[in-house]
Design a protein around this ligand. Structure first.
Ligand code: B12
Ligand code: SF4
Length: 461
């Protein structure tokens, strides 16, 4: 059957989206005719966060920028035309929380053009806020959690004209109300199709790293995360599945290498981005097996992220030999008490400094992630964050305002303590701090955000 999948990317992430790629590839493998409607390259849509980060010196300026061709047409009109000409039976929307408003606007356009077209919303926002999403008339179905199995079952069912109201992971509106099915199915990662970006705009291939543009491939070797930070969606994703214990899982090294080899050869890849939340959270033996195969068959530079606790001398050496150029690690807050009690990151300053030094010893550049304005934040704790960055000497530094996303336990605390109302607009997440903290003003947080890199790198700052 004919399906349009809308990739909403208001944050203008450059890379090919891994989740939507998997959904398209699965649907195509089941003989469906799928079109991507991608808002990534429309003029005037979304915020170029990368540009802002360059201004604040989070990123190095790029020497050889590959210019992006932006569409000057109206995305709403374009979607309307696609629906009219392609006549899909199903239109899906993939949205983070910041994209939810746009998802509604586009879904309304679809319904106006053809009220019989079935619409489904999936992605992180539908997963963490299904009650809010299902209330919208423009969506007939909500997908909670991973969508590969649910979406292919749904497409088949619509095509065959059979009842689709009892598919796992879906909430479905029908004449009797809303059918809320259980959320438990996820595809074994080794059973996923090999990623392919044929249906996407090829401009997604270009990504920047440390001031250089590369033909870059984002790849997932695992899904989920073994940790439970209070500000991260993984905390609730684990609870959403009825058997949370299998939530963090990985591809076998053989499957991971097979996928990367295909991408490398087909798209002439110069740099891999291993998306795993905590890349080194695996046994030495597993990493060694991956490394062996990677060096033999892929032999391409890559970058990734991990937690300080997962870093050992041996692992750093292995990934340096594999060609790891950059590892990002969260410092988040320089105060151990805040990290432990508020963020649930039980790691000492000493461990963090050691992890940075270990990576750098093997020639791997390290980027730090930091967050300003968490509950309990004071001027003193921000200065401690700056000091910890100075001690770690990251090769690049990223900072963001803390935003209490739905589905996180820190959001519940912020509401309870009346630091937020709960109605804050997620599209402001990168704009300004949203919490009313009794311990520090928003103006002070903005000041530290704007000058963060300067303060961390300049001893006189
Ligand atoms: C990797 C990643 C990134 C990468 C993206 C690279 C890429 N090519 O995709 C980068 C680093 C660019 C990134 C950036 C950001 N990210 Co990010 N990122 C992630 C991370 C760790 C994994 C995402 C992923 O690929 N998951 C694996 C895929 C398979 O899952 P998925 O995309 O969700 O898709 C599945 C399902 O959701 C579902 N599904 C998705 N769409 C649809 C559609 C339909 C129709 C259906 C049926 C199903 C469905 O099926 C898919 C397949 O199973 C998540 C954490 C997480 N666990 O999700 C955070 C996360 C998505 N990021 C988040 C945020 C906030 C951001 C930023 C906006 C942060 C910021 N403040 O700047 C930026 C974007 C700005 C920018 N320009 O960089 C938040 C979103 C929170 C929210 N409620 O919206 C998350 C959840 C982390 C968190 N804080 O908890 N991110
Ligand atoms: S380590 Fe990172 S991905 Fe894992 S729960 Fe914490 S913030 Fe989320």
């Amino acid at each position: 059957m004919k399906i349009i999948l809308c990739y909403l990317n208001l944050a203008r992430r450059r890379f090919f989206p891994v989740g939507v790629t998997m959904l398209v590839n699965e649907l195509v493998a089941h003989n469906h005719d799928v079109k991507i409607f991608d808002i990534s390259f429309y003029e005037g849509i979304g915020e170029d966060i990368d540009e802002k980060r360059r201004r604040l010196r989070f990123y190095k300026s790029i020497e050889d920028v590959i210019p992006i061709k932006l569409k000057k047409t109206n995305p709403l009109e374009d979607l309307k035309r696609h629906v009219k000409e392609f006549n899909p039976g199903l239109v899906g929307f993939s949205a983070l929380s910041i994209d939810f408003s746009l998802a509604k606007t586009l879904a309304k356009v679809v319904k106006e053009e053809d009220p019989t077209t079935i619409t489904i919303l999936g992605g992180i926002h539908a997963t963490v806020a299904p009650e809010e999403c299902i209330l919208e008339d423009c969506f007939d179905i909500i997908c909670i959690g991973e969508g590969e199995i649910a979406l292919t079952k749904l497409a088949k069912s619509i095509e065959n004209g059979t009842d689709y109201s009892h598919i796992d992971n879906l909430w479905v509106k029908n004449t009797g109300g809303i059918v809320k099915n259980k959320v438990h199915s996820f595809r074994k990662l080794d059973e996923l199709p090999t990623p392919d970006w044929e249906p996407f705009d090829p401009q997604h291939i270009w990504g920047a790293l440390y001031g250089k543009m590369y033909r870059m491939a984002p790849v997932e070797l695992s899904r989920g995360c073994p940790y439970r930070c209070t500000y991260c969606v993984n905390d609730s994703l684990r609870n959403i599945y009825d058997s949370g214990k299998n939530y963090h899982r990985r591809k076998t090294p053989e499957k991971a290498i097979e996928d990367m080899l295909y991408l490398k050869e087909k798209y002439n890849i110069e740099m891999f981005y291993i998306l795993d939340e905590a890349f080194l959270a695996m046994k030495n033996t597993e990493l060694q097996r991956l490394s062996e195969l990677y060096r033999k068959k892929i032999n391409t530079p890559f970058f990734s992220q991990t937690r300080a606790e997962t870093v050992t001398d041996e692992k750093a050496k292995i990934i340096a030999e594999m060609g790891c150029e950059v590892i990002s690690m969260g410092i988040e807050n320089g105060n151990e008490e805040i990290r432990r009690t508020v963020l649930h990151r039980n790691v000492s300053n000493e461990q963090i400094i050691k992890a940075f030094k270990t990576m750098q010893k093997y020639g791997i550049k390290v980027s730090s992630f930091n967050m300003l304005g968490v509950p309990g934040e004071t001027k003193k704790t921000i200065l401690e964050t700056i000091e910890l960055n100075r001690l770690c000497k990251p090769d690049s530094i990223g900072v963001s305002y803390f935003f209490p996303y739905k589905g996180t336990s820190l959001r519940n605390l912020a509401i309870k303590e009346k630091m937020i109302t709960g109605n804050e607009d997620p599209s402001l997440a990168n704009e300004k701090p949203v919490l009313d903290l009794p311990t520090i003003s928003k103006e002070e947080i903005i000041h530290f955000y704007e000058h963060f890199v300067e303060y961390c790198t300049n001893r006189n700052g």
